[in-house]
Ligand binder design. Sequence first.
Ligand SMILES: Cc1ncc(COP(=O)(O)O)c(C=O)c1O
Length: 379
Amino acid sequence: MTNIPFGKPMIGDVERDAMTAVLRGTTLTHGPKCAEFEIAFADYVGVKHAISTSNCTTAIHLGLIACGVGSGDEVIVPAMTHVATAHAVEHCGAVPIFVDIDIETGCINPKLIEEKITQKTKVIIVVHFIGLPCDMASINAVAEKYNIDVIEDSATALGAKHNNKFAGSLGKLGCFSFYPTKHITSLEGGMLTTDDDNVAAKVRSQRAFGYDKGLGERQIAGVYDIASLGWNYRMSEGHAAVGHVQLSKLPAFLEQRKKNAERLVAKLSKISGLSVMPLAHKQSHSSWYCVNIMVSEKLTKSRNELVRLLNAEGIGTSVHYPVALPHSKYYSQKYPIAKNKFSQAQHLAANTISLPCGPHVSDQDIGTIIEKMNEILNP
Ligand SMILES: Cc1ncc(COP(=O)(O)O)c(C=O)c1O
């Protein structure tokens, strides 16, 4: 029986040993494993600082706070993203100002940003949609014109590049996720990347209650002051140990993802009635997080029927993302909008299916996905 999950963590003995070593010791948090993981991650992304967090959502929250976002401020957010992006804005007491996407890439449409900027706009959050970097040159130009910071939600973009620079090094700061289906996992976990010393210092302090001194900086154990309002958004030593091992495997994981994604795109593009979202666009190439297909009226099957049939054949799928956020229950009740707004994001939410291309997917699995897709659509 075919069993190709959408995502599968690739955990081996090295990760298990790393976790066990932490559990055999006495330093479970505030220790060297986080620091080692952070240094290696900063080096990979090509930034001065990487700061580990409990997940990507908390990294975005801390990033917004570090950019000075507070009550009543406005933050530009793409209408098509995971809810975490907008929720982080709401948690600051700020207002997410949604912008529709470019249907070709799924990324925020840079041409629609400027008209949404007001005196209250503090930050533009861009989301590198399923790992394809946004048109950062255009977005950074608008941000510079109005002196606004750019946060890259790079949750699914580890290893993606724009103009030969890694996602996470293209704005004021970047935020990554190590949730189990992502490029690398630390079970749960996140990382904030930045070249800005002030942002780094604020984030380091506020991820740990707003202490004025880290554990190693205190002259008398247990004695510190509280410099600001903070949270407990830290990563544990066990999570960091696993994440660090996973990072060393990232190049091999990415190679397999690229191979799988390119094969899938080449074969699926030939099926009439399906369009396949690109793996590269202008100066950007993807991190090959998944392969998104878009169904059209030319097919005899609806999106949801196709999902059910693929799942019944043992082919795991996902949807990125199932609702245009301004139309979701929470956001549409809080910020009512006309039904026809954000039409591109709505179209994507209703018509796409994400197919697996992670390192757990073999050459044979790719063949099976293509074969089953053809059987279902052209019986
Ligand atoms: C674009 C985007 N941002 C943020 C998140 C939240 O990540 P986490 O689960 O690590 O908080 C996700 C989760 O998949 C995501 O897809």
